[in-house]
Structures are given as structure tokens and as C-alpha cells.
Design a protein around this ligand. Sequence first.
Ligand code: KIV
Length: 262
Amino acid sequence: MFANTFLQAKKEQRRLSMVTCYDYSFARLLSQSPIDAILVGDSAAMVMHGHPSTLPASLEIMCLHTGAVSRGAADKPIVADMPFLSYRKGVTAALDTAQALLNAGAHAVKLEGVEGHEDVILRLTQSGIPVMGHVGLQPQSIHQYGGYKVQGRDEETASRIVRDANSLEELGAFAVVLECIPSALAARISKSLRIPTIGIGAGAGCDGQILVLQDLLGLNADFQPKFVRRFADGAGIVRNAIADYDKAVKNGSFPAQEESYS
Ligand code: KIV
């Protein structure tokens, strides 16, 4: 069902919008929005827990965030990230991880890369678990790259990304995230695949887009890579509201009589 919606959107050339979410409050707001699907990304480790990378997002952390999001947005398709190394320890370990994420409220799982865990992807899809792939910049491989760098600018890496995207389709993935690759490459991959591509830093030629919710809301004032558009000055709104509250408390205007019980 989940996968069919994505495939149908591609057939109808309808662009898909996704955002990340990690908590109940924002999930409730997303459930009232037209957004197509939510990703409980392992970026939770960075955005919610202040780590410098996604690597510390354990299964326990991912299940906690997935549960909160699914309680807030029960009507939205929810994809949860499989944690670092959780799909590199064999098929059984990967199935256990996916089962825990689905039990926590996810409808699908996302994992990075292809080479070396083709068997895992195939077993997941054959077991009825919708799988979203993730190629291009794979944040779980950050130490191998030595930084968050655009991938696929040279012929060799570009070919590998194309190969990986094709393999994902063959292995039964229902969609693939293309992260931080040249837009011409992303457009070429998107045209050649039957499954939709969801881009982040991959240009307008993808079949859909995803952004981290806090980035698009402008809540993280220190972080603005080229591919992020701030659709609100969230940091400014929050700062002003807190300063106004602080002022009202200190000058005695809050709480007013109508905000007090008799
Ligand atoms: O964890 C995450 O937020 C992601 C997106 C960048 C696609 O994987």
C-alpha cells in the first residue's frame, strides 16, 4: 500500500514531499499538513541529541522517536532509518531491527548504500517490509568521506551511484533518497528509474524532495548549507516569543486576570 502510493505518484508525475520528524508535537502539526510522508531520520542524533554525526542513533533512540512520531501522525506514512551498522551484521540482525522499528510505529525502513548488504535488502523486501534506499552522500559513512561532501562529481563515483540506484530498484526498494549529488546526475537517475527518487541537495530533477524539518523552519540559525531553503525564521520567532514571555513575567503583565483562576 505504502509503496504503491509512491509508485503511483511517479507514474502520475506528481512530486512527493517528505520531511523528517522526531517528536510528537511536530508530528501532530505534520499530520494536519499535506506532506506525503515522514522520515524519522537518524539525523535525530544530531538535531535532537546534539551529536556531530548520525552514528550514535541507536535502535533504542530510533524506536523512541518513531513511537512519538507515530502517536502524533498516525495517518501519515512513516519511514524510519535503520541505525548505523544494524543492517551490516547479517540478515537476522537486520530483520530484528526492522521488526523493532515497525513495532514502534514505522511503515517502512530506510538504509544507506547497497554493496555488501544486497541480501539484507532483498530479504526485507521479500518479507513485506517496504525499503527506501539512500545513495549519494551517505551520512553513516562520514568518517570514510572525511566530511559532508558532494558525491558523484567524478565519473567513477557517479557510475557507482547509478549502479546502486538501479540495484535498489531491482532488489525491490520502493523509493531512493539521493543526497548531495550534482543535479544533472540526479535527474538522469530519476528518469531511468521506475521507483521515485527523493532528493536532498540533488536538484529539481528528482521525483520528490526531503528536508530536515528544523532546517526548513529555520530553527537552526547556525546551519545553512546551499541546499536548505528556510521557509520560516523559526529561530527568530522562538527567540522573540521567549523574550516577550520573559519580559511579561518580569514586568508583572503575565499572568493577567483572565489567565488566572478565581
Ligand atoms: O536522517 C536523515 O535526516 C536523512 C535525510 C537527510 C534524508 O536521512
